[in-house]
Design a protein around this ligand. Sequence first.
Ligand SMILES: Cc1cc2nc3c(=O)[nH]c(=O)nc-3n(C[C@H](O)[C@H](O)[C@H](O)COP(=O)(O)OP(=O)(O)OC[C@H]3O[C@@H](n4cnc5c(N)ncnc54)[C@H](O)[C@@H]3O)c2cc1C
Length: 424
Amino acid sequence: MMTYDCIIVGSGPAGLGAAFRLSDLKPDLRILMIDKEKLCTGGLRHDCKMNFTYPVGFPMDCWTGKQAKHYLPMVIERLKPEFMQRVDMETYNKRAERLGVSLLDIRQSHLGTDGGLELIRRLMDELTDRNVEVSLEEKVNDIDPAARRVITSRREIGYRDLILAPGRGGFRFLQRAMAKAAIPFLDNVVDIGIRVETREERFSIVRDYYDPKFNFPHRVRTFCTNSGAAYVVREHYETRDGRKYYSVNGHAYSSSCSRNDMVNFALLKTVTLTEPLASGQDFAEMLGCQAMLLGGNKPIMQRVGDFRLGKRSEAKTFNRDLYDFEPTLPDCTAGDISLAMPAKILKPIWSAMKMLDTIVPGVMHPGTIMYYPEIKLYANKPRFIDEYFKAAENIYLVGDGAGTSRGITGAWASGIRAAEGIVN
Ligand SMILES: Cc1cc2nc3c(=O)[nH]c(=O)nc-3n(C[C@H](O)[C@H](O)[C@H](O)COP(=O)(O)OP(=O)(O)OC[C@H]3O[C@@H](n4cnc5c(N)ncnc54)[C@H](O)[C@@H]3O)c2cc1C
């Protein structure tokens, strides 16, 4: 059986951050990075918008501002972002503050889908030059902490230290691994919401601030705004018991999109479950399946004008004619999102829409489309035993799947922290 100094599961930003930092600190270490896909699957590959200001992407239960400030320059050094300008922030801020809304001033860069692919290729080449072994299309099925080995789709491999960075998609794998290593964890927080799509001229703030981060009351926020060859996509997910559902998302800067006049963004509400403690993942998946039931196995879309009148949308109005633009994700069911969304989530989101329309007038045009569901499964919250995200002897858990990040830069910085823990 081959044995490595460190095995990293996942080649997303958390795994990459760990691999680069480990090889910086100890160039002689034998490092193996494994991914079940041909390319990493997360945000580096899809749209690649990067935020370099705390607390965006850095959950405050894992990061202080001081820690983020310490690690962010290392992330910048490796990712080499070109920062985008923000203008008229004072005006937007004043309008927001009057409503009890905050607008975060975030340093951002945006590569888009095509640019993200280029970045991944560059990083992979650099890793190979550093003698980090990368094994793609190899799935880690299980871990055996007592024997310090992982069992993959191809072989068994030994490790001295193990970093698990399987992302949100590896949520179940991580839960199994934590059970195996007797790591206690909580899974009680999810983000549920809608994706809003309209003409760019009706959300013109994107010309001043590419991905504006508004925080509304009741833990509602804007997330992942896209403009410039922007379009809405649906992503396929499967529940623990094999039921399928879609969550919507948004992309931009892709040569595969022929339109250049649209904008989309998510409005998400963070839901924290308390007593009696249920699984956040199960709850979110149940909502996803409910949306599929009502949407005939497709996401639901509704025009703002119909929602205001309390009536469902109909397929015939999704044209350029009556409402003046067609959806960029047409394969959805025209319907009524209020039938599928719990009131406790829908009400604050609708209220946030109205506030946003006061800050950036136009977004509530009757033609604006709301797609549902957009679901973000983040946090298995493991109990860490040190500040380097060590969760058990020789096992470190990082990235979105472990709740140590909520974005590319936070994930990368989490990987660096684990690497430093190993070397220390
Ligand atoms: C469609 C999409 C778009 C996004 N856009 C952005 C964005 O623009 N900006 C931003 O900051 N964030 C974005 N995000 C969020 C961002 O992707 C995550 O915050 C970040 O990628 C988390 O990094 P990670 O390394 O924890 O996980 P990931 O990037 O998800 O990487 C995990 C990797 O582990 C692999 N893996 C999982 N299980 C196993 C296993 N059992 N065996 C082997 N390999 C495994 C997966 O294939 C994957 O490549 C987006 C997410 C998605 C899904």
